[in-house]
Design a protein around this ligand. Structure first.
Ligand SMILES: [Mg+2]
Length: 338
């Protein structure tokens, strides 16, 4: 049995992890990794000298907060609350949104049913906002799977998007019960996330399982080599960018983004800071890789192990922590934990 886990520390760590990754990755969105690294020798120094570059998070954090708010309002998943929250994001207003996301949410705003509004996009826009579902349902895996799936299909009808959302939510529920003192088994981690999308006839889900198995087999290669290997994993048109073939440039497709986020996270289990810097400088869709990987790192390390200066870089960090607390209280209430 685990040592006593401080779930509030994990809830706050997860949401703050998303926002730190998003904030640090944002200036490097759309750049190949090689070029990102030409800008600095020491990332922390670069950060100190270029504070202005890191003054905001983007859609990844915004939508994660709306997911949390929707769960708080409904004490769990409720389609109408989710749609209302995502529509209200249009008034935030959105920062750096993906096309698949914003086009479907605009349709939802005009009362079009989600079945018609959802775009057939396999983009990473649903995996990047799903972490609150992994937190809230961490003790209720059946509901976790169904809530992650439903939260995805209301904007993205493509099966890749749903698979990414389920895998990330499930990974968070796994990591929340682990501590950096005891660590965890890599084997168990993959078995758990893979089982969450196993046994279907969905071809893309099977392809995703193959990619995840490859990530597991390649944890001994360097971050750079891994990114070259996985940053185009499974990518199809219109997400495929020929120019970046064989380069470390994470394509904004769900399977590639989630594979890279998991790969970098598992390569950096000793330090939240090292982990988040590697994520934010991944190349390509850096903010989203870092938001997703940051949710995993935050769930594992907890906010108590996140350096103060990284928390302070996040815009509205107090609000994010407050939302984490509210979500935690709802979780405790619903699952009657003391
Ligand atoms: Mg973004």
């Amino acid at each position: 049995m685990n040592m006593k886990i401080d779930y509030l520390d994990k809830f706050s760590g997860t949401l703050i992890g998303v926002s730190i990754g998003d904030t640090l990755g944002h200036p490097f969105e759309g750049m190949i990794r090689e070029r990102i690294y030409s800008h600095f020798k020491d990332f922390k120094e670069f950060m100190k000298e270029n504070k202005k570059l890191f003054r905001t998070y983007t859609d990844d954090t915004q939508l994660t907060l709306h997911t949390a708010e929707a769960l708080i309002q409904g004490s769990g998943f409720n389609e109408n609350n989710f749609i209302r929250e995502y529509v209200s994001w249009l008034d935030d207003p959105p920062i750096g949104p993906g096309f698949g996301c914003i086009s479907s949410i605009r349709k939802l705003k005009y009362g079009i049913s989600w079945k018609k509004a959802a775009s057939n996009s396999g983009g990473n826009g649903t995996a990047m906002r799903v972490s609150p579902i992994g937190l809230f349902y961490c003790k209720d895996i059946k509901s976790l799977n169904s809530a992650a799936l439903k939260s995805s299909v209301i904007t993205h009808s493509h099966p890749a998007a749903a698979a990414g959302a389920i895998v990330i939510a499930r990974a968070i529920a796994f990591l929340i019960d682990k501590s950096i003192k005891s660590g965890f088994s890599i084997e168990d981690f993959f078995e758990t996330i893979i089982s969450s999308i196993s046994g279907t006839q969905e071809k893309i889900w099977e392809e995703f399982i193959e990619i995840l198995n490859k990530v597991k087999e390649n944890l001994n290669i360097s971050v750079e080599a891994g990114l070259i290997k996985f940053s185009q994993a499974g990518v199809k048109s219109p997400f495929f960018i020929e120019d970046y073939l064989g380069k470390a440039f994470v394509h904004p497709y769900t399977l590639s983004t989630v594979a890279c986020a998991i790969f970098i996270f598992l390569k950096n289990l000793d330090s939240f800071e090292d982990c988040i810097i590697q994520l934010a400088t991944a190349g390509g869709d850096s903010d989203t890789v870092a938001a997703i990987g940051g949710s995993l790192a935050g769930a594992y390390f907890g906010i108590g192990n996140v350096p103060e200066d990284l928390i302070n870089i996040v815009k509205q960090q107090k609000y994010i922590i407050k939302v984490s607390e509210q979500l935690y209280l709802k979780f405790r209430e619903k699952y009657r934990l003391d």
